[in-house]
Design a protein. Sequence first.
Length: 315
Amino acid sequence: MDNSTEIYIGIDVSKATLDIATWQPQQSWQVSNTTEGIEKLLQGLKKYSSSLVVIEATGGYERLVVAELVTANIPVSVINPKRARDFARSVGQLAKTDKIDARLLAHYAQAVRPRPRPLRTEDEERLSALMSRRRQVIEILTSEKNRLATAHKTTRNRVQEHIDWLLKELGDIDDEINQFIQSTPLWKQKDQLLRSVPGVGGITSQILLADLPELGTINRQCIAALVGVAPLNQDSGRKRGKRRVFGGRETVRNILYMAAMSAARFNPLIKTFYDRLIKAGKAKKVAIVACMRKLLILLNAIIHQNRPWQPNFQA
C-alpha cells in the first residue's frame, strides 16, 4: 500500500469494541474500546501518512477514542447518526452489522470528507457534561409531573417525593454550572458578553458555551450552517421550492428558538427585523427562524470582536 495516499477510515463504536474499516483498499479489524485497544488502533494508523477518520456519535462511548485520535493529530469527524443512515440509503446499503457500518463510515469519509473536529478542552467537556445532565433531569422531571396528574393515591406521595428530589437536583446542577462559569475567567467573560444581548439569558448562554465552542471562531455562513439555521435550497428544474433549515446541533437550535422569540419582543435590532418580515407577509415561524439566524450571527460577532452588545452593534 502506498503510504503517501490518503486513507479514509470508519470506526463503528460500541461500549466494548471498536470496529475499524478502511476504504479502497478495503480492510477491517477490531479492537477493544479501552485504553489498550485504542493504543493498538493508533499504532496501526501510524503507518499512514495521511488519513481521515469518521465516527458516529454514540451517546458518549466515542469520547475516549476521539480524544486520543485528536491528541495524536489524526483528523477525526464525529457525525450525526442520521447522516450515516441517509448515506447508507443513498448507496443502497440495507444490511447492518458492526463491520458493515464501519465500512460505510469509511465510504462516507471518502465521499463527503467532513470537516475534522477540534479537541475539546477539559473545561468544555465538563461544562458539556453538566448541561447534558441538566437536560436529562428536566426530561425525567417532566415525565414525573405528567405521571402525578394520573397517579393513584397509593403512589402519589412517592411521585411527589421524587419530583421534589429532582427539583433539588436541578437546582444543585444549576448552581454548579454557574459557579464553574464564574470561576473560569474565559467562560465568565464570554458569559457576560452573551448575556449583554437582550433576549439572551443564563441558560441560553450556558448551552452556547457548552455545545457551540466554535462561536466567535468561524464566519457567519459557517456558524449558521453548523447550527442548522442556514436556509437550504429545494429547487429542481423550473421548480423553486421553499428554503428550509434542518440538521445542525439540536440543543443549540432549540434554545436559540426560545431566545429569538424573546429577542423579537425585547431586542430593538431583532424586533425591527422581525416586524419588517411580518409586514412583508412572511409567516411568523419563518420570521422567527430568520431571527434565530440573525441573532446567532450577532452573538458570533460579539464573541469574535470581544465587545458587549450596543443598540448600534454591527455584526
